[in-house]
Design a binder for this molecule. Sequence first.
Ligand code: NAP
Length: 274
Amino acid sequence: MSTTTAPTVTAHGITMPALGFGTFELDEATAEQAVTTALEVGYRHVDTAVMYDNEAGVGRALAASGVDRDAIFVTTKIRPRNAAAADVTPEIEASLARLDLDHVDLVLLHWPNDDVPVEETVEALHAAQERGLTRTFGISNHPTDLMRRAAAAGPVFTNQVEYHPFLDQSAVVDAARELAMTVTAYSPVARGGVFDDDTLGEIAANHDASAGRVALRWLLDQDGVAAVPRSSDPDHIADNLAVDLSLTADETARIDALPKDRRLIDPPFAPDWD
Ligand SMILES: NC(=O)c1ccc[n+]([C@@H]2O[C@H](COP(=O)([O-])OP(=O)(O)OC[C@H]3O[C@@H](n4cnc5c(N)ncnc54)[C@H](OP(=O)(O)O)[C@@H]3O)[C@@H](O)[C@H]2O)c1
């Protein structure tokens, strides 16, 4: 089966292209170049963050692309140090200035802040949404207990978490479905690790595809799951968008059965994961 329209995920009346373009670790100039390529080949969802220090480059690429602003879903993330109610709006406004946009589509709290209740941040993000600074909002790197608290405080669109064929995120995915939020998979090609895996390589060969496309398809086949692969290589950028392959039930089962204990992003300030 080939997919003729780009896959999407929806929550609380907002729809996001399920395949987005990540920009972590791309400096401003590289991000500008990579996002330019991404928009040229058809991505319509771009993921940045204050912490990536590249919003100005992303903004320049958006402006120069010639693509209608309304046709692009733009995500940024506020720093946990600015999770307190009084700091959320100024943090978003500074991002908008760097991006040269009057609103973004999604603002995430990048990591939990142990000193600020997540309810407080969610209420402040909700207020920013109501002011039109962002179309929706969410959280990132939040385990299920914090997801539940966040969802009880406002209409949280997504939890963006590390997710790829080598990490079990079933608790987060199940909780997200129960709480009417989506999951956005970061590091979806395991920071390049999927290209070294024999099982994914064999499945990729069946489809004359790359292991990256297989991993991305496996993620997008899960209800409510989106993914934001990153690359600065034009061929890889295009390849990662070509997820219109159809995995057999047996292939999906083989990927499901891979060991799922490889967490790649686990800084000292990370929460206790599920
Ligand atoms: N919320 C958070 O805390 C958080 C944390 C991490 C990441 N993220 C988001 O998720 C995005 C993706 O995660 P990530 O950047 O950690 O890792 P990733 O997308 O899983 O992997 C990126 C790496 O894979 C390589 N790669 C990508 N596509 C390839 C292809 N088709 N063939 C060969 N190599 C390929 C890239 O190299 P080349 O450049 O050479 O292609 C790069 O080294 C980030 O950019 C960011 O937007 C969010």
